[in-house]
Design a protein around this ligand. Structure first.
Ligand SMILES: CC(C)(COP(=O)(O)OP(=O)(O)OC[C@H]1O[C@@H](n2cnc3c(N)ncnc32)[C@H](O)[C@@H]1OP(=O)(O)O)[C@@H](O)C(=O)NCCC(=O)NCCS
Length: 154
């Protein structure tokens, strides 16, 4: 896949992850989600669901000067591209990295014939307005304290 350029984050590019990115992507996820861990506690059912779909998921990474600073997994689910685990290293947040990843996800979704991006987030993380800024719309609310609490579509 051709990397997409990131406008004002000029040293950053988004590309499909390679096997050698696995450790860096895991670290990005760990550090990013540590910032919301006090309000985000996936239950065992959520982990089981994720494990079940994990082998079918693909991954994007965002690089800044050769360092992996953001990542997201995705997979086709019905007519949507399901977005999972969008994460940006804390020190690289608020610079448009997530926006660049979502931009690339939208391009991938279109290429795969999907009509929308879809994700779940937890209200208490404060991410609902962030995803709204990223172009998502809230379509329903569910139970809190699970990663399936708040679907949104792009
Ligand atoms: C959510 C997250 C991925 C956003 O990444 P990011 O690279 O900082 O986001 P961007 O810089 O692309 O910002 C996207 C938009 O959201 C806004 N935004 C980002 N963080 C925000 C915050 N904490 N408060 C308010 N607005 C915020 C930005 O201003 C921007 O909108 P604008 O371009 O209209 O100004 C990042 O904060 C993160 O990794 N959080 C921890 C993990 C997590 O909760 N992931 C979501 C799982 S569902």
């Amino acid at each position: 896949m051709k990397p997409s350029s990131l406008g004002d984050t000029m040293a950053t590019l988004v590309r499909m992850a390679k096997p050698r990115d696995a450790e860096a992507a895991r670290r990005v996820g760990d550090e990013a989600f540590a910032t919301v861990r006090s309000v985000y506690h996936p239950n065992s059912a959520a982990y089981a669901n994720l494990s079940a779909v994990a082998p079918t998921l693909e991954r994007l990474v965002a690089e800044d000067d050769g360092q992996v600073v953001g990542t997201v997994r995705f997979g086709v689910s019905g007519d949507c591209l399901r977005v999972i685990g969008l994460a940006v290293l804390p020190q690289f947040q608020r610079r448009g990295v997530a926006r660049a990843l979502v931009h690339e996800l939208a391009r991938v979704a279109k290429a795969k014939g999907c009509r929308a991006l879809a994700l779940y987030t937890v209200t208490q993380t404060g991410n609902v307005p962030v995803f709204e800024r990223l172009g998502f719309s809230l379509i329903s609310r569910g139970r809190t304290n699970t990663p399936t609490a708040l679907p949104a579509s792009h």
